[in-house]
Design a protein around this ligand. Structure first.
Ligand SMILES: Cc1cc2nc3c(=O)[nH]c(=O)nc-3n(C[C@H](O)[C@H](O)[C@H](O)COP(=O)(O)OP(=O)(O)OC[C@H]3O[C@@H](n4cnc5c(N)ncnc54)[C@H](O)[C@@H]3O)c2cc1C
Length: 430
């Protein structure tokens, strides 16, 4: 049973097009499992390079995290800064992955412009305010690391942060001006349309039940059809558990809740975030907000395990929104939903080698709109013959997380600890 509900974007989406289920036997150069940003960006880029491409989506386009996120376009990694990457991967591989991330938001907005995707997109910046003095120092260093690589990263002092966000409590922070906002469902639908216009075929309601090797190709079986392809990209993110249980043990499935209020009155709307950017602060228990095109306030958060989360967590996020934004008369909740993000133990994108010509891509880690789009471009290069070891994203065999059945809920279980540490930080900043 789907307990994740229907997102604001799925409920209000305008450009929905019915696509058939696979009901025949087809052949293609490239088969893609999953119709989220990862699969659709791969399809678009591979079809543009002249490959014959088929996408098989179990439900409908943007059913998974791609239709349930907040629409923040963020061109960097949560928790891993450029200097950390160089220390972990060495200068050459580190800089390649940094370049991959750095250009990822520009790629999203370029695709939107190039394919005229109507998705309420604005490249107006992603803002990370600091909730403590120590966090402000960290954001200054982070901004410096990106700026030294030519990225449009600017440090904002306390006054500038207050002016831009309308929120008093922050110590300062930084902004990457290449980030921005969009309507994720319309973006995904636009990618699907663009992929089809480039020659790809997209099937919905076609869950892949098995992927088997026969001679020099792969056969993907669905209930009423089959697809034979030389290469296969598995782009199922946290929704593909049943297809490959080994793959499902390589990431933490992080369930995240989102809410949208009724639209805000104009006078309050003008005080908060007049530039319409998106905000994710430095708390371990992340606080985020943005507005949609109708001036609904959108926020999200993780949940603490336990019964009744679907009703309890949205109310808690709503109260938190009112508290942090100093909104005594916050409009009532209009939409609440959740989604699941695949989080890698090292918070980096990964390409997983599942066999000759069979690869899985993970670039989510909770900040996936820009990263999965950029990963799709890289996967299209692989589909056209590039050696996976030469790509900017780390590539290797599946690396199952030890004690996964026990640890899979660790990020949610650690939330109490994160909240406690945030509170201590805030006390030392006061
Ligand atoms: C609540 C929430 C908020 C988020 N907010 C943001 C944000 O603001 N900014 C940001 O950058 N990132 C955000 N993210 C992360 C971002 O949404 C994801 O990184 C991104 O959508 C992942 O895209 P994907 O294509 O890899 O996976 P998904 O969009 O999850 O797509 C996987 C697809 O595979 C399909 N599938 C699974 N199994 C099969 C099968 N056997 N056969 C066929 N199809 C199958 C599923 O139905 C699904 O449609 C958020 C995530 C969540 C959950």
């Amino acid at each position: 049973m789907n307990t994740e509900g229907v997102s604001l974007w799925q409920a209000l989406g305008r450009n929905r097009k019915d696509r058939p289920a696979l009901a025949e036997t087809l052949g293609a150069d490239l088969a893609i499992v999953g119709g989220g940003f990862s699969g659709l960006s791969t399809a678009l880029h591979a079809a543009e390079k002249g490959l014959s491409v088929v996408v098989l989506e179990a439900e409908t386009i943007a059913f998974g995290a791609s239709g349930r996120n907040a629409g923040f376009v963020v061109p960097n990694f949560a928790k891993v800064d450029p200097d950390d990457l160089i220390a972990r991967l060495g200068a050459e591989r580190g800089e390649r992955l940094i370049d991959f991330a750095a250009g990822s938001a520009d790629l999203v907005f370029d695709l939107i412009r190039r394919h005229a995707i109507a998705c309420e997109a604005e490249q107006n910046g992603w803002i990370q305010p600091a909730h403590s003095i120590a966090a402000f120092e960290k954001t200054k260093s982070r901004a410096g690391q990106w700026a030294s690589r030519g990225r449009p990263a600017v440090v904002l002092d306390r006054h500038a942060m207050r002016f831009i966000t309308g929120v008093k409590e922050y110590m300062g922070g930084w902004m990457d001006q290449s980030g921005g906002v969009l309507n994720p469902v319309e973006y995904a639908r636009g990618l699907a349309d663009a992929a089809e216009a480039a020659g790809a075929r997209v099937f919905e309601n076609s869950p892949v039940r098995s992927i088997n090797r026969s001679k020099d190709s792969w056969t993907l079986a669905t209930q009423h059809g089959a697809l034979r392809a030389g290469k296969v990209v598995v782009a199922t993110n946290a929704y593909g558990g049943a297809l490959n249980s080994k793959l499902a043990r390589t990431y933490f499935p992080l369930r995240v809740f989102q809410i949208a209020t009724q639209p805000l009155p104009a006078d309050i709307r003008e005080r908060l975030l007049p530039g319409g950017q998106c905000v994710s602060d430095t708390r371990r228990n992340l606080f985020t907000f943005r507005f949609d095109a109708a001036n609904r306030l959108i926020s999200g958060g993780m949940h603490i395990l336990g019964p009744g989360a679907e009703a309890r967590v949205p109310r808690r996020i709503h109260r938190r929104l009112a508290r942090h934004l100093d909104l005594k008369d916050i409009p009532p909740l209009e939409y609440s939903w959740s989604g699941t993000a695949a989080v890698e133990p090292d918070f980096l994108p990964h390409l997983v080698d599942l066999g000759p010509g069979l690869i899985a891509g993970f670039a989510c880690n909770g900040r996936g709109i820009a990263m999965t789009t950029a990963m799709g471009k890289v996967l299209a290069e692989w589909a056209c013959g590039a050696d996976a070891r030469d790509l900017p994203i780390p590539f290797g065999p599946p690396a199952p997380i030890p004690f996964h059945p026990l640890l899979r809920h660790a990020p949610n279980m650690l939330l109490f600890w994160s909240m406690l540490r945030d509170r201590l930080d805030a006390r030392s900043a006061a």
